[in-house]
Design a protein around this ligand. Structure first.
Ligand code: AMP
Length: 191
C-alpha cells in the first residue's frame, strides 16, 4: 500500500493536491474535515457536537477523528492505499494512526508537508470563503484561530514523522502543477 499524509496549515493547498494525487495513484481520500462536514450535513449527534468547535476554529477531540478513520480503514480493506488529508493533527492522532495501520501490517509511507506563510494563508482562506460556504473561512479572527491551533497543536506532528525519516517539505506557493510534480518526485523516493 501507498499511505500518504498530506500535511500543512489550513489553506496550504492540501485539498487541491489531494485530488491530483488520488487520480494519479488511485488512493482512497480520507479528509477528517470533509467527514466531519458530512456528519454536520446529516445532522448526526457527532456532527452537532463537532460543529460547535469547528465554528470556533478549534480542533475536535482526538477520539472523534480517530474513530472516524478507524471506520474508514475497515471499510476499504482492499484499497491501493490512502491519502490522509487534515489528519493526523495532534501527536496523539499520529500514534493512533500508526497503531491502526500496524494492526493491518501497514504503515505510513511518507508525510508530505506543504509550506505556505501565514499572510498568504490568510489571503487564500478569505478568498476561498467567498465561494466555499464554510463558516470557518468567513472572517479573519476565525482564520487566525485555526492557524494558531495549527501552530500550537499540529506542527509537532511534523517532528513525529521526521524522527521516523518519513518527512518531506515542499514549497506550497507556485503553480499547482509544478507543486504536484514536486510531490510525485517525493513519493517516488518513498514507495
Ligand atoms: P479542515 O477541513 O481540515 O480545515 O477542518 C475543519 C475543522 O474540522 C478544523 O478546524 C477542526 O475543527 C476540525 N477537524 C478536522 N480534522 C481534524 C482533526 N484531524 N483533528 C481535530 N479536528 C479536526
Amino acid at each position: 500500500m501507498l499511505n500518504l499524509i498530506l500535511f500543512g496549515p489550513p489553506g496550504a493547498g492540501k485539498g487541491t493536491q489531494s485530488e491530483k494525487i488520488i487520480s494519479e495513484y488511485k488512493l482512497i481520500h480520507l479528509s477528517t474535515g470533509d467527514l466531519l462536514r458530512s456528519e454536520i450535513q446529516a445532522g448526526s449527534e457527532l456532527g452537532l457536537k463537532a460543529k460547535t468547535l469547528m465554528d470556533q476554529g478549534i480542533l475536535v477531540p482526538d477520539e472523534v477523528v480517530i474513530g472516524m478513520i478507524d471506520n474508514k480503514l475497515k471499510e476499504h480493506r482492499d484499497a491501493a492505499g490512502f491519502i490522509f488529508d487534515g489528519f493526523p493533527r495532534t501527536v496523539k492522532q499520529s500514534e493512533a494512526l500508526d497503531e491502526l495501520l500496524s494492526s493491518y501490517n501497514e504503515s505510513i509511507s511518507v508525510m508530505i508537508a506543504l509550506v505556505v506563510d501565514d499572510n498568504e494563508l490568510l489571503a487564500r482562506l478569505l478568498n476561498r470563503g467567498k465561494t466555499s460556504g464554510r463558516p470557518d473561512d468567513q472572517n479573519e479572527q476565525l482564520i487566525s484561530k485555526r492557524i494558531q491551533e495549527y501552530n500550537n497543536k499540529t506542527k509537532p506532528v511534523a517532528d513525529y514523522y521526521q524522527n521516523q525519516n518519513k518527512f518531506v517539505a515542499i514549497d506550497g506557493i507556485g503553480e499547482i502543477d509544478f507543486i504536484f510534480g514536486e510531490i510525485t518526485k517525493a513519493i517516488s523516493k518513498f514507495r
